[in-house]
Design a protein around this ligand. Structure first.
Ligand SMILES: [Zn+2]
Length: 366
């Protein structure tokens, strides 16, 4: 009887290697697996962005932190930051305005969040639009729509309120009249609308946040919600819409490009999606260059210099295979090393163009 060298190797593998690993790894669960990359790659530190930044997607509703927010913005070269937390409910927007303006007259831009809990009230749309108009006179600079619309928000009949519900029309019209943009976040990552099983690419975060899963009969499909949203874009061509999180379809940039081609009043922002963009760096780079006039900078993370720097590294450098700070999804990303002219548009020029409709220069002079 003779043994080949291969079977000898097999004996070694089966007998010795598991024995050596067993103590450490016998109970290792995938969820606990934290592999450390052995790649030695370039790491560029970018303290300040090449051009001043306007962060179009943020939440500054914890008013006691307002001073701290401004300090972090200063550290990271952020010129202006939009808070999407100026809620109409309970007139919180007034308090938010008062506190933000007491810390800085021109660094914070606040977006009004309509109170959809009153959707059943007669003439809801016109009343809320009137309130928005008054809020704009006080200093509000835009309107925010949160993802509950079309997904979980129900009226008293028990039916879901679709994004294109005609009761909301007066609000879209008013934004167009006032020349203020709508930051619209409807639906969520594709994986949130698929079963939570071994094929789900966001299994980890969905296990930690089961309430983020919108799969099942009680929820509309992602396509349905995006279809409702796009009908609003078509019906209100004089209103500017900024699609949060790359229009909530970074997984299919070609479709986002099609929408941008079809709806000239539509823009997108990159907030909390550099992980999705950075895992398809060739496509993302081409996309941002092609649509350089239609993409805005956003983070969706309360101002934190280190998180901003992770965004700058992603947009400005050609660093490879690094972890995005403060973003979702378990992916390593690749920098896009965008040309200066594209960077400047994404960092501030596109936002200035939108806000320019109500004169940003006047605000700077104050
Ligand atoms: Zn957000």
């Amino acid at each position: 009887m003779s043994y080949s060298w291969k079977s000898f190797v097999n004996v070694i593998v089966f007998l010795f290697i598991p024995a050596a690993l067993s103590a450490e790894t016998d109970d290792l669960k995938l969820i606990d697996w934290q592999p450390k990359s052995q790649m030695v790659v370039k790491e560029t530190r970018i303290h300040k962005p090449k051009f001043p930044v306007i962060d179009i997607h943020n939440h500054l509703g914890k008013l006691k932190n307002t001073k701290k927010y401004r300090e972090e913005m200063d550290k990271a070269g952020v010129w202006k930051c939009v808070s999407l937390d100026a809620r109409s409910a309970g007139d919180f927007h007034k308090e938010h305005l008062r506190v933000s303006q007491s810390v800085s007259k021109d660094r914070f831009l606040l977006f009004f969040k309509p109170d959809f809990s009153r959707i059943d009230e007669p003439d809801f749309g016109h009343k809320e639009a009137k309130k928005l108009e008054e809020a704009v006179k006080m200093g509000i600079r835009g309107m925010k729509i949160a993802k509950s619309l079309g997904l979980t928000l129900k009226d008293k009949s028990g039916k879901l309120v679709p994004v294109d519900d005609p009761r909301i029309d007066p609000l879209w019209v008013k934004c167009g009249e006032l020349g203020i943009p709508v930051e619209i976040h409807v639906s969520d990552p594709k994986a949130f609308f698929t079963p939570l099983d071994r094929f789900n690419e966001r299994y980890e975060e969905l296990s930690a946040h089961p309430d983020w899963l919108f799969y099942g009969g009680q929820y509309p499909s992602k396509e349905e919600i995006l279809g409702q949203r796009n009908r609003v874009f078509a019906k209100h061509p004089n209103t500017i819409f900024i699609g949060a999180h790359m229009g909530t379809l970074p997984e299919e940039l070609h479709t986002v490009g099609m929408w941008l081609d079809r709806y000239p009043n539509f823009y997108v922002e990159i907030g909390a999606r550099i992980s999705d963009l950075g895992r398809q760096p060739y496509t993302a780079r081409r996309f941002l260059i092609k649509y350089q006039g239609r993409v805005l900078f956003g983070t969706d993370s309360p101002p934190d210099a280190e998180i901003y720097r992770s965004y700058y590294r992603f947009l400005e450098t050609d660093d490879e295979y690094f972890e995005p700070d403060g973003d979702q999804g378990r992916w390593m990303i690749y920098g896009l090393h965008l040309p200066d002219e594209v960077l400047e548009k994404i960092y501030n020029k596109n936002a200035q163009k939108i806000f320019g409709r109500i004169s940003i220069s006047e605000e700077i002079r104050r």
